[in-house]
Design a protein around this ligand. Structure first.
Ligand SMILES: Nc1ncnc2c1ncn2[C@@H]1O[C@H](COP(=O)(O)OP(=O)(O)OP(=O)(O)O)[C@@H](O)[C@H]1O
Ligand SMILES: CC(C)(CO)[C@@H](O)C(=O)[O-]
Ligand code: BAL
Length: 291
């Protein structure tokens, strides 16, 4: 595996493969890798001739009072994991390599990026769309792999790629979880032992959503209220977003009878924000039998 910091070097390396008609897969990350990231890597490896993983903690997507400075980093360990997994290129630029001058150009998908997590993190998704576009321009991958844990991010990137005719297949990969159901996440490392135990409220709330739906709950507002109460049953948890939305447009729903619905959660445990989601209503027949 080659570790590359400069945009020009990476372009020069990849040009050879592109000329030979090889398929290039990209896995964009912020590093401090866990099994969720490695699942994206193995999907990329299975479907492409060359795999590029990027590790870049992108300042553009962090608000002024967020955790940019203390975001966990361990490039040496990450590089060893990726080398072991058979990755071809690790692109790990410095901020000055990615942004040698202040960025005057912004890519934004406001109708998708200003709701849900975007309400709690203003500007976050413009930072994501901008850096992902820049990574796509640098790597020019045939396919790029993103986790469904960040469901809104996947919806936004798919729409950006469609709107701007970016020639990349966006592949969504199901969420990888710990044994108790908590979604693997780099930020889990912030949790104290007590907070880690409390964090199980997040996947349990998604189970509760599925249960209430199966029992016949048809009203999205009622479901949101019940789930917010469920989160509040854990004293260390504060629900910042509990939303039931259309799984493709993220628009609010008036009924759960019209098709599948996304349940999106953004929950704070102490000072740590955890994100999770589930699409419910994929099997409405089972539900009508239960009613
Ligand atoms: N548990 C997971 N299962 C599948 N994909 C994941 C998982 N966690 C993260 N990813 C995906 O890995 C990619 C890189 O994510 P990132 O480096 O931000 O990791 P993260 O664990 O989501 O970090 P954070 O804790 O900061 O949210 C994203 O596409 C993200 O959706
Ligand atoms: C896609 C991404 C690498 C862009 O910085 C980031 O938002 C992430 O890790 O999900
Ligand atoms: N996984 C999303 C990146 C972020 O929280 O900034």
């Amino acid at each position: 595996m080659r570790i590359i910091k400069s945009i020009a070097d990476l372009r020069a390396c990849l040009a050879v493969y592109r000329r030979d008609g090889r398929k290039i897969g990209l896995v964009p990350t912020m590093g401090f890798l866990h099994v969720g990231h490695m699942e994206l890597v193995s999907r990329a490896k299975a479907r492409n001739d060359v795999t590029v993983v990027s590790i870049f903690v992108n300042p553009l997507q962090f608000g002024a009072n967020e955790d940019l400075a203390r975001y966990p980093r361990d490039l040496e360990r990450d590089a060893a994991l990726l080398e072991n997994a058979g990755v071809d290129f690790l692109f790990a630029p410095e901020v000055t390599d990615m942004y040698p001058r202040p960025m005057l150009t912004v890519v934004d998908v406001p109708d998708i990026g200003r709701q849900l997590e975007g309400e709690v993190r203003p500007g976050h998704f413009a930072g994501v769309a901008t850096v992902v576009t820049k990574l796509f321009n640098i790597v020019q991958p045939h396919a790029a792999y993103f986790g469904e844990k960040d469901y809104q991010q996947v919806v936004l990137i798919k729409r950006m790629v469609e709107d701007l005719a970016q020639p990349v297949d966006v592949i969504a990969v199901p969420t990888v979880r710990e044994a108790d159901g908590l979604a693997c996440s780099s930020r889990n490392v912030y949790l104290s032992e007590k907070e880690r135990a409390a964090a199980v409220i997040v996947p349990r709330t998604l189970d509760e959503a599925a249960r209430l739906y199966a029992e016949g709950c048809d009203d999205p507002a009622q479901l949101e209220a019940a789930l917010a109460l469920f989160v509040a049953s854990e004293p260390l948890a504060t629900a910042e977003v509990v939303a039931v939305r259309h799984p493709e447009t993220l628009e609010p729903l008036t009924s759960l009878q019209s098709g599948p619905a996304l349940v999106a959660l953004f929950v704070r445990i102490g000072n740590t924000r955890l994100l999770d989601n589930r699409v419910i209503g994929l099997n409405p027949t089972a539900r009508s039998r239960a009613r």
